[in-house]
Design a protein around this ligand. Structure first.
Ligand SMILES: Cc1cc2ncn([C@H]3O[C@H](COP(=O)(O)O)[C@@H](O)[C@H]3O)c2cc1C
Ligand SMILES: O=C(O)c1cccnc1
Length: 360
């Protein structure tokens, strides 16, 4: 059934009035989206970016981050007031932006407008000395992420990208990638929001220490335990969000470095739970998802290569917030539009050289 649909989609794409393959990546996207929606006429409805925000206990030490923890809450207020990069790009591309307090160390009760309150705690604990969160809280965060996406989908959205805000979260992402791939933390440690050489050295040493303290080498296939040791509330919630979005056959865009780490957690959960919701022939969540851009954060390119994926854009961005996903959204729309709107050789009366016999 599915491979039949794949053949149908490929035939429709090949019969559009263009040389075969001439729309390159857009053709791959059209095929992927058709398979996700199980139709030859896919549609995009109410595209959303959802930004999950959470604080990290380690950020209070200043050992891994250039900016203080308070910036997370300040940026959430900036999102609410419409002044951040993600606000600008969402406005430009007419994307609905939802901001989620997954676990920021601040009370937003006097600023509830536009904010989804799903607070699991006032930031995680410092994983240099103790686990970041309880297993219970990790599960709670995942469930909240699933519920948020479920509600957004129920309101009519079928295309979604996830972003994050959380000072210190490139460190959590690095540790997660290292635990799951089995590669050293040095492979994935980068400058985050802007560390100098000396600070980068301290970040690497700190993360190596954390990796050993929590025996992360043993947790590559235990995503919940891994989250509880070194995760973040926003990362756990985003993992739940991916799981629900894939289950609901939404088009899912993956943003940068931290969003990729959250997807790896989601994928490990998916495999452990033995779900069977993917399109036949797809075995991981990465097969279902569309990778928006390659972040400049050192390590993103390496992890993308490890996952065997090549994102749509490469703009030397290193911001997060879902900005890469927002910028890729028009390309997703273009893929759907050419599939639905372009004339075929037959309908336009254009002769298709590939179909002509020699000397005809
Ligand atoms: C003003 C500002 C706005 C941001 N928006 C996203 N991030 C990004 O930087 C943080 C991760 O970097 P690190 O691990 O080095 O702290 C995350 O909040 C991420 O979303 C920002 C960072 C800052 C400073
Ligand atoms: O790629 C990202 O998501 C990223 C990189 C650096 C800092 N914050 C986010």
């Amino acid at each position: 059934m599915s491979s039949n649909l794949q053949q149908q989609l490929q035939q429709i794409i090949d019969n559009k009035t263009k040389p075969r393959g001439a729309l390159g990546r857009l053709e791959e996207l059209a095929l992927q989206i058709g398979l996700i929606q199980q139709t030859t006429r896919p549609v995009i409805q109410q595209p959303h970016i959802v930004v999950f925000a959470g604080d990290h206990g380690i950020a209070k030490t200043g050992l891994v981050n250039a900016y203080p923890q308070e910036v997370t809450a300040q940026m959430v207020l900036n999102f609410i007031h419409g002044g951040a990069a993600i606000n600008v790009f969402c406005r430009q591309h007419q994307l609905t932006l939802r901001v989620v307090d997954a676990g920021v160390n601040f009370d937003f009760t006097s600023n509830p407008t536009n904010l989804i309150t799903a607070k699991v705690g006032y930031g995680t604990k410092n994983y240099l000395t103790e686990p970041a969160m309880s297993v219970y809280d990790a599960i709670q965060a995942i469930d909240k992420g699933r519920n948020i996406v479920n509600q957004i989908a129920a309101a009519g959205c079928n295309c979604i990208g996830f972003g994050e805000m959380g000072i210190g979260n490139t460190s959590a992402a690095t540790l997660i990638m290292s635990a799951i791939t089995g590669l050293p933390v040095t492979e994935f440690t980068g400058r985050g929001a802007g560390l100098n050489n000396e600070q980068l050295e301290t970040k690497i040493n700190t993360l190596q220490q954390v990796f050993e303290k929590h025996a992360l080498n043993t947790l590559g296939e235990q995503p919940i335990e891994l989250l509880s040791r070194v995760g973040g509330f926003e990362i756990a919630m985003m993992a739940g969000a991916y799981l629900e979005a894939v289950k609901l056959k939404m088009i899912v865009l993956v943003d940068g470095f931290i969003a990729t780490a959250a997807l790896m957690i989601a994928n490990a959960i998916y495999i452990a739970e033995k779900h069977r919701t993917l399109v036949s022939g797809w075995t991981t969540l990465t097969d279902h998802c569309i990778f928006a851009h390659t972040s400049q954060e050192a390590g993103h390119e390496k992890i993308l290569k490890h996952l065997g994926v090549s994102p749509l854009l490469s703009l030397s961005m290193r911001l997060g917030e879902g900005t890469g996903a927002a910028l890729a959204m028009p390309m997703i729309q273009s893929a759907v539009n050419f599939l639905n709107e372009m004339a075929s050789f037959e309908s336009a009366g254009v002769s298709n050289a590939e179909h002509q016999t020699p000397n005809a």
